[in-house]
Design a protein around this ligand. Structure first.
Ligand code: MG
Length: 379
């Protein structure tokens, strides 16, 4: 038997001590339990759909912008680096990072907001919970079970947030939201790796799109400081390289700060097992100084990029598409593909099926489906 856990700290998630899968299975031979999870995620249909789902810019606005897929890969890369530094489980953070957005709707956050609004009378819609629903129920790959039958630890990492009402329905996995305990350090870490990834790649995409300018970026202290450092080290560097060098230093500064701060917190708390981690305070954190800097950066991106009028236009158009699709399917379920029509008269069950159908759409599929439903020229 290969010992997959030999290099891990006692507080890490150990493959040999996993809390297991909902449907028990034999071991995965040459792979750890979490490697097997990662492989199932990569082979899933929902994973391939991420390629055509929006991060900030709509999928068809340009070939070089991040999509949910490239975003997820960047999160996995950052999470693995952080995990290795802290002797946490790299396979688990990779699996969690690659799966964290599987339940995302088309058109980024607006899709989730509109679906949540449409689903108010039927239990609401949360994209984190939808990611879990994808891996627990919606994927159809295996003979013995629905979904991907992932380990408890990967599922725990996927479910970052959850309303209390929904947590009560989730058994073991919902407990931590009710008793306010922590998830594994791997889950805490992947959550922050997500933030490091988007805060940095959104600067790149924002500048590439022309919605942000280098001059504007000087308002962000962290960026301005590291940019000056790049200019001093490489005077006269062509613009794009100057930007990449700055972003590179920003990612390094954030990851180094996170590792240093978290390592000190872990040393002090000295948890001897993953259960001790779950019972303790959050231990994966930025320093107070870096938290201030990343908050300022987020605020800047919110005001100048995510609420730029050109992004607003796309958001309003996208929200109209999602709402009109939902309303059309809800008032005439016979428009739905047969798989999504519910035989009973239960509107809540039908609504959930419609939400699953819409959430599973890529941007371009949703746009096409909208035309097929509303335009006489399309079938
Ligand atoms: Mg994300």
């Amino acid at each position: 038997m290969i010992d997959f856990d030999a290099h891990l700290a006692p507080y890490a998630a150990h493959s040999s001590k996993s809390r297991g899968r909902r449907h028990p299975e034999g071991t995965a031979g040459a792979r750890s339990e979490f490697q097997r999870d990662r492989d199932r995620i990569i082979h899933s249909t929902a994973f391939r759909r991420l390629e055509y789902k929006t991060q900030v810019f709509l999928n068809h606005e340009g070939d070089l912008f991040r999509t949910r897929l490239t975003h997820s890969i960047e999160v996995a890369q950052i999470a693995r680096t952080l995990a290795r530094s802290l002797r946490l489980n790299e396979d688990l953070v990779e699996a969690t990072a690659l799966a964290h957005d599987l339940g995302h709707t088309p058109f980024g956050h607006v899709g989730q907001d509109v679906l949540n609004d449409c689903m108010q009378d039927y239990g609401g819609f949360e994209h984190n919970l939808q990611s879990l629903r994808v891996v627990d129920q919606l994927e159809e790959h295996y003979g013995a079970f629905d979904g991907l039958n992932l380990t408890f630890e990967t599922r725990e990492g996927i479910l970052k947030h959850c309303s209390l009402a929904n947590a009560r329905q989730l058994g073991d996995l919902g407990c931590r939201f009710l008793d306010r305990t922590q998830p594994s350090l791997e889950a805490q870490l992947t959550n922050i790796a997500d933030e490091i990834a988007y805060n940095n790649h959104d600067i790149d995409d924002g500048l590439r799109s022309g919605l942000l300018t280098m001059k504007q970026m000087e308002e962000v202290d962290l960026f301005a400081r590291l940019h000056r450092q790049v200019v001093a080290q490489y005077p006269g560097l062509p613009g794009r390289r100057e930007l990449y060098e700055t972003i590179r230093l920003m990612i390094t500064a954030m990851t180094a700060d996170l590792v240093q701060t978290s390592a000190a917190l872990i040393l002090e708390a000295n948890p001897q097992s993953i259960d001790a981690v779950r019972a303790g305070p959050p231990l994966i954190r930025f320093s107070a100084q870096m938290r201030t800097e990343t908050t300022a950066l987020k605020r800047f991106l919110y005001a100048n990029l995510y609420r730029h009028y050109k992004v607003n236009r796309m958001r309003v158009k996208a929200s109209r598409i999602v709402r009109e699709l939902f309303e059309a399917f809800m008032s005439d379920p016979v428009l739905l593909p047969f798989d999504y029509q519910v035989a009973s008269d239960d509107p809540a069950r039908q609504a959930r099926k419609i939400a699953d159908y819409i959430a599973g759409m890529t941007d371009r599929y949703a746009i096409r489906e909208h035309k097929r439903i509303f335009s006489l020229d399309e079938l």
